[in-house]
Ligand binder design. Structure first.
Ligand code: SME
Length: 168
């Protein structure tokens, strides 16, 4: 299990360690929610100046994102594709790096402390499974280094994600 002392404060080392820990934490016989709960805790612990870290999951039956496991304040539960930062990431299948959430048209405010945000789609075989959403109380907290590492983590998650029909 990851411990507080595991992370060094060096961003590159910590991302590399988090990436290695993703498959080690994942227990494929457990529900997706159990595994994503631990991954959200891992990311929240690994990153500084972060007030919310978690997932929105693509809900096929209603064609929208629904709130998944996270660390932070209670958040909005449903996001339509194309809406907000998360819905934009899902609809475009592109990471959204938002230095100032107040400048992002249609940003959905869940925690008023949030000033910047990064949302990374989790994609397998061209299909969006969900998005990884991380918020910071600092403007411009995230940059291309965060994007590159979080996209690696998202690719790892896509490989671990249960296939349709698997028990959840
Ligand atoms: N800000 C997001 C909504 C989710 S919260 O940040 C947890 C958005 O605009 O989609």
């Amino acid at each position: 299990m990851a411990r507080q002392s595991t992370f060094s404060g060096n961003r590159l080392e910590d991302y590399a360690l988090a990436l290695r820990q993703v498959p080690l934490l994942w227990e494929s016989d457990l529900p997706l929610a159990s595994n994503l709960a631990n991954i959200s805790a891992l990311l929240k612990q690994c990153m500084d100046r972060v007030n919310w870290a978690g997932f929105y999951l693509w809900h096929e039956a209603t064609s929208q994102l629904i709130l998944g496991p996270f660390q932070g304040l209670p958040a909005c539960t449903r996001i339509q594709p194309g809406k907000g930062v998360c819905g934009t990431a899902a609809a475009t299948q592109r990471t959204q790096l938002v230095p100032d959430v107040h400048q992002f048209p249609g940003h959905i405010a869940c925690d008023e402390a949030s000033q910047s945000e990064i949302v990374v789609p989790i994609i397998r075989d061209g299909v969006v499974l969900g998005v990884l959403d991380i918020d910071s109380p600092r403007k411009a907290r995230f940059d291309s280094v965060d994007r590159d590492w979080l996209e690696k983590i998202a690719r790892s998650l896509a490989g671990l994600w249960p296939r349709a029909g698997a028990r959840e």
